[in-house]
Design a protein around this ligand. Sequence first.
Ligand SMILES: *Cc1c(COP(=O)(O)O)cnc(C)c1O
Length: 397
Amino acid sequence: MSSFQTQRDLFDLPEGITYLDGNSLGPLPKSAVDRARTTMAEEWGPMLITGWNKARWMDLPARLGDRIGRLIGAPAGSTVVGDTLSIKVYQAVASAVEMRPGRKIVLSDNGNFPSDLYIADGLLKSLKQGHELKVVDPEAVAENITEDVAAVMLTHVDYRTGRVHDMKAITDKAHAAGAIMIWDLAHSAGALPVDLTGCNADIAVGCTYKYLNGGPGAPGFIHVRPDLIDQVRPALSGWLGHQAPFAFDLDYRPGEGISRMRVGTPPVIQMTVLDAALDAFDGVEMTDIRARSIELSEQFISEVEDGCKDVVLASPRDPQARGSQVSFRFHEGYAAMQALIARGIIGDFRAPDIMRFGFCPLYNTADDVRHAAAVLCEIIATGEWDRPEFKQRKAVT
Ligand SMILES: *Cc1c(COP(=O)(O)O)cnc(C)c1O
């Protein structure tokens, strides 16, 4: 057993709910409620516009970037928070393509989250320079990194199966071919150790409302390797990425370092909530979180497979090749997940047939796992999922 101590008391988890969906939306940290109240009642209310200086709201994007940087192996001053992840993907791909003029391919895989693919494709079409988004199987990425590839854009942990790409090996391969490497850490940041510096990644982006518990709609982040940032021309050149936003110059000059990747006004309330949420990681090592997450996911796989023969593991069996989630295929996966939710066990469903369960050692325990596995097996054994109300598709799955 790992020595990791659960931090469950830091979270406001509803009574009677087993939450295994922190990979989609982290739960509410208790301190976030006070912090949002403070921001509104003690800063915004009395300070009004002077809060930008007095409460240092303008520093939040860089300060939060550094707090996240510690969790992903990025040096201080190389990560900034703001906008949504989709927008950060746009900036990453636009900058990468511009740094490799003459190369026309952006390479990704079909395990990537669709928004990343849509954004890259849309951007390349707007450029009208003959670029192509090439999407291959995850196993075929390495062999497709050729000298006409401008950028390789991959999500480290597959959102459906949890399969993990070898960041170091693929980054090395991309660099050997002269391509820019972009990593999306949406399902990695706060879930498993990431060493951006050690693998020499060029650009990384990610999300703060999943394992970082920043709340619905919390902003994304972007990191650029410090020796590259001066070459990066932010495609979304907003005023807050300007060298001197309050000079109100008519011409754009990119800001110092990573600050140039800022776009517009930061969402202050959401950012202070994220700041409070990140306290849960203080004094915690990602290697300890990882060790505990592997214990929980191994327990889940073994208990589900022992008790239920009708589901098929969709995640890699090797825990080192898996992120902090476990997915099972079941032909009526949507209905089975609705039946589980009706019994207070919250995971989620991804088309066409994947039931997805996220494990967050900050608040999930071995009892959660035992309970979820037992109820899942029971729902399938008794056919409890086979009711019309469980087959009605909701707008958000
Ligand atoms: C969650 C997720 C997104 C979502 O992007 P938003 O702009 O925050 O809606 C994008 N890409 C990946 C890989 C994700 O996992």
